[in-house]
Design a protein around this ligand. Sequence first.
Ligand code: HEM
Length: 532
Amino acid sequence: MHSPGVAQRLALGLMDTFQSMNEFQVLVFCGTVVLLAAWAAWWYTKFKFMPIQHPREPNEMPYLIPSKAQSVQREYPSWWSVANMIHRNSVGVDKSPFAFTIFGTKFYVISDPKHAKEVDKNNGTLSFDEFIFDFVKSTGVSDEGMQACYFKKLPEHGVDFPNPSEDPIGVLVRHMHVHQLHPGDNQKNVEKRFLHSFDRDLQIDRIRNSTVISNDAVEISLYKWCGDFFTRAGEYAYFGDTLAGIDDKFSDMFYIFDELSWQITYKIPGIFAGEMKAAHAHLCQSLKLYFQTRQSERGEQAWFTNAAEKGLRSVGVTDEDIATLFLTIYLTINTNTRRAAFWMLTFLLYNPHLIEAVLGETKAAFDAGKLIDPAYLSNHELCPQLESIWLETLRATSTGASVRCVNKDTIIGGRLLRQGNKILIPSRLLHLDGDAWGKSTREFRPKRFLSKKNSARGGSWRPFGGGSTLCTGRFVAEHMIKACVTMILHRFHLQIVGDAALPMGDECTPGLGIMGITQDEDFKVRITKRAL
Ligand code: HEM
């Protein structure tokens, strides 16, 4: 006689267990077995069988729970986490579009720059408007305001701005902003106003919320300082001094709001988003007072602010809704610049030899700490180090993404993307791709751009998005960030307080472009006036 095999022993064990169970326990046991079998059948069909049946569709990243009912929020996935989990910095991996489903919505992820270009060019079957509409609504614009902004056609000559397609005012405001930032006199005017504000605020005795060390030195958190002077510059450029006159805490409240504004995107219920909601309400109230101030009593403001307000009023949008809409615009102008300036200064502080290089090559643009030739800084031939530091800073710290809705079945990267799903192009996937950037893609190495100048122009560098939603403020951003960083270097000596390590970026909190830092990564700098 031979001893029983594994299967036999398992069966005997099971029979023993069954015999010792009461009726209820048997019921629970059988129920669990049926559920597990059903789950295994679902999982196998979805992730093994379906891909064989539909080979043209992108492979789906397996997930565990087969429910479409987990709609805590429906539209946006935690793609930050997903992108970081699967980021492809190894060389030569397959970059076909792939899919994942989160909270019942299927997203196709694009990680090949060639495929990103296909998406950018497609304005026929892919669209973005749904996302803007959804975001604006989440900020609290009333139903009447949404109707007036996005569903009411505006006659061609309804406002003092070309509108041949009779677009609603919400769409036209976007075009007006493009017009304001388009290279030329309008853009130069905005930049002049930014520079005026930097010139005013970048003085030792005007560094707000700092600890005074002596007449010539203060200490402050670098992250908060960049947030302060850059936000105030953006505010001055668009609203003049009037908004700060109405509410001198506006930029401070904006900082609180901006750090938490991802809660709007994620539709976090009000009871868990109290601080963000309170800051939002405060800012909207101050903006409302601004728009209730008569035009003649406001100081100089940007052309766009005036034109957009007039357009919105012409279709009956209320003061409350104008204020709420302008807070989103204020966010777009200010959220990324303050962070990019912080990162650029941080990388310079942790690589002091680069400070010397930048000071040397930008000397001719300054006279006794005053920026006399801003255009000089953007001349790549004259300032190659500055250019490479700028490009590498954005590569290393960008966590934005372009998003599109698939309105009709569409082929991208040879794969069939189905109508009703969404597309994501996370810049982080492209920026950490070893095929494009070589080794150590997580490290700050501006030399990449010195030795391979064209990298920035290839599709693998995408901090400003692309296609129809390409950032319209990208030139202003480049010029102004280079200007304030070099102005700081020419005016001050910066020293890290203590032995703080290079801060880690916050890759998990969703953002609109450049990553922030978590609170415990913040560090202080001592700022001392340079002898001129
Ligand atoms: C380093 C600074 C900046 C970064 C990294 C940045 C990044 C971005 C990104 C990723 C988008 C979305 C692109 C997409 O969906 O494909 C965007 C859109 C936009 N940005 Fe920027 N941005 C910056 C600075 C600015 C500035 C200074 C302004 C204005 C003065 C501005 C105005 C806009 C506008 C108006 C849009 C919306 C474009 C549209 O859909 O009509 N940005 N930006």
